[in-house]
Design a binder for this molecule. Structure first.
Ligand SMILES: Cc1ncc(C[n+]2csc(CCO)c2C)c(N)n1
Length: 226
């Protein structure tokens, strides 16, 4: 598909992958988070596997550090790695505890094949490619959850307030802080994608589409785990 010239490079990437992007952002798991009908066991299964996902996600930022060519890139990778290791893992462990999943359980979890497929795909995209390939593989995670939270907030069927057990999960990704981080990633991608030739963009589009498909499988794993 030829992207239109009036959109940004990242927006063009999204247009090329629109069917997959919509299936990801409007997945049944997401709809049921929104209306509060997701079975708690599905959410717990998702939270457990997301712990393992975050461990590998931290490794991916470690790879971003390794793949950096400038001090600015190196610092960005290191800051992201530190944020996830020092902050976000603790938040996730605390959140899991409130859902009745003790830390000891997280440490001995068997990894689901969907978790393995997605995380290793991202790491491989970064290993065989450069920093841009790695960021494109990470983009569905970074940008997707921001779009998902905004989509949930815009739906009439969304149940708001304490009547929805997933309210704080939605609020976290809808927060100004998280939305700003996602926008920073869009801006980074726009700057790097600009000026890439058609062949290179085709390869990056394929990576982006694959990563979205693996996010879809991750939601489905959560649903199927109930
Ligand atoms: C399967 C899966 N995909 C995306 C995210 C969202 N996410 C994970 S780490 C990170 C970056 C900074 O926190 C973001 C947005 C998730 N939790 N689980």
């Amino acid at each position: 598909m030829t992207p239109s010239s009036d959109s940004t490079p990242f927006a063009s990437l999204l247009v090329c992958c629109a069917p997959e992007w919509n299936a990801y952002c409007q997945h049944e798991f997401v709809r049921r988070l929104a209306d509060g009908t997701l079975p708690p066991e599905a959410f717990r299964h998702y939270l457990r596997q997301d712990y393992l996902f975050l461990v590998h996600f931290a490794r991916a930022w470690g790879l971003a550090v390794y793949k950096s060519r400038t001090m600015a890139e190196l610092r960005q990778g290191l800051d992201s790695l530190k944020a996830i290791v020092d902050l976000e893992m603790d938040l996730h462990v605390g959140y899991c505890a409130r859902w009745g999943i003790p830390e000891a359980e997280l440490e001995t979890l068997p990894e689901a094949s969907e978790t393995m497929a997605y995380t290793r795909y991202v790491l491989d995209a970064g290993l065989r490619g450069d920093l841009l390939d790695l960021h494109v593989a990470l983009a569905p995670c970074l940008v997707g959850y921001a779009d998902i939270a905004r989509w949930i907030e815009a739906q009439a069927f969304t149940v708001r307030g304490p009547a929805n057990p997933y309210e704080d999960w939605i609020a976290m990704y809808a927060s100004d802080e998280f939305q700003a981080a996602a926008q920073a990633e869009r801006d980074w991608l726009d700057a790097r994608l600009a000026g890439q030739n058609a062949e290179r963009l085709d390869g990056l589009t394929a990576t982006f589409r694959d990563a979205i498909r693996l996010e879809i499988d991750f939601w489905q794993m959560g649903l199927d785990g109930a």
